[in-house]
Design a protein around this ligand. Structure first.
Ligand SMILES: NC(=O)c1ccc[n+]([C@@H]2O[C@H](COP(=O)([O-])OP(=O)(O)OC[C@H]3O[C@@H](n4cnc5c(N)ncnc54)[C@H](O)[C@@H]3O)[C@@H](O)[C@H]2O)c1
Length: 313
């Protein structure tokens, strides 16, 4: 249990940050949360989080790091299409913002920073499953994540800040962002079908994604807090299997007992055809993904049904 240790989460109002905060509060940690609410939603920050509406690029975040044991750095500009349109802001938030979080952590002598990168760093790779050593960023988003990773490494080398890099594949679950310019496929399909509208599939539906349920990701986050074997390393977090977009569509459609067929639009530029994580490094530490995709999608769909009933969709 958390023994009341203080943990700081950047991006706490977002999809993964809010789920992580929930889990860590249950484990007995006390949580300080930072978010500028540019994409996150205040209502989804769990009760019990000491929340500060601040930008990670500001020096105003520095005092919050005092007495913090571990930092989870999740805040980022992370919609690939938005990042392509605004590379300068992408660099500013994802690179300078990350450097600022590491600087605050250095000054406050934080024990460990768990830094969220992305499987997007493998965009140009055609070797599957993909291990952590195979990096080929193509988009501005992926490039910003690799730059941030280099800053993390250098903060370790020059200033002794211990960090762990996390490369999640396609994370899904309750609160998954559906307000983006182009929402992730699972919530996008469910919302359209709940509204009895036709969902859009970009491409022919054959693209395959390695999906990981958010609580499986959280299991590894808990391990990272106290296990020193992760220090200074980078970990893929996926399920180690993948599903086509069309398979996901049919899963959602069957859960909702819908008969609506999708429309197909041209592929979005720069999207990888396949993602598949080599998760042997994380598994070697005793972690394993537990949630079957059928069960995880059902939880997400039930969450969105409730959101619709509450008039939030
Ligand atoms: N969701 C996925 O499948 C996935 C996959 C790979 C990597 N990631 C990474 O995981 C992290 C969390 O992703 P998510 O899906 O929860 O995204 P999200 O957009 O739901 O959450 C990100 C949060 O960061 C906040 N934020 C953005 N810019 C900020 C700034 N300048 N200052 C303070 N707060 C700011 C947003 O308001 C938002 O609440 C990100 O770093 C993302 O790149 C996510």
């Amino acid at each position: 249990m958390g023994e009341n240790k203080k943990i700081l989460i950047t991006g706490v109002a977002g999809f993964i940050g809010s789920n992580l905060a929930d889990r860590l509060l249950k484990e007995g940690y006390s949580i300080v949360g930072v978010d500028n609410l540019s994409a996150g939603v205040i209502e989804q920050i769990p009760k019990g989080v000491e929340f500060h509406k601040l930008d990670i690029r500001s020096i105003e975040i520095f005092p919050l790091f005092s007495g913090v044991d571990v930092v989870f750095h999740l805040a980022a500009k992370n919609c690939i299409e938005d990042c392509q349109q605004d590379p300068v802001e992408t660099a500013d938030i994802n690179v300078r913002g990350t450097a600022n979080v590491f600087e605050a952590s250095r000054r406050a002598k934080v024990r460990k920073v768990i830094d969220f990168e992305s499987s997007a760093v493998y965009e140009g790779i055609t070797k599957f499953p993909t291990s952590e050593s195979e990096v080929s960023p193509q988009s501005f988003y992926a490039v910003s994540k690799i730059c941030a990773n280099l800053f993390a490494k250098k903060y370790g080398e020059f200033h002794g800040v211990t960090s762990v890099g996390i490369r999640p594949f396609s994370v899904y679950g309750p609160r998954q962002d559906y307000r983006r310019t182009i929402p992730p496929s699972m919530p996008a399909f469910a919302i359209k079908l709940l509204k009895e509208e036709q969902p859009i599939i970009f491409g022919d539906g054959s693209k395959r994604r390695d999906f990981i349920y958010v609580e499986d990701l959280n299991d590894f986050m808990l391990l990272c807090i106290n296990d020193s074997r992760v220090d200074g390393k980078v970990f893929n977090l996926g399920s180690g299997t993948n599903n086509s977009v069309l398979e996901v569509y049919h899963l959602v459609k069957d859960i909702l007992k819908s008969s609506v067929e999708p429309t197909f639009k041209p592929n979005l530029s720069g999207e990888a055809q396949i993602t598949l994580a080599d998760i042997s490094a994380a598994k070697a530490l005793g972690w394993a993904p537990k949630t079957k995709i059928e069960d995880g999608v059902k939880i997400l769909v039930d969450f969105l049904k409730k959101e619709k009933e509450l008039g939030r969709l």
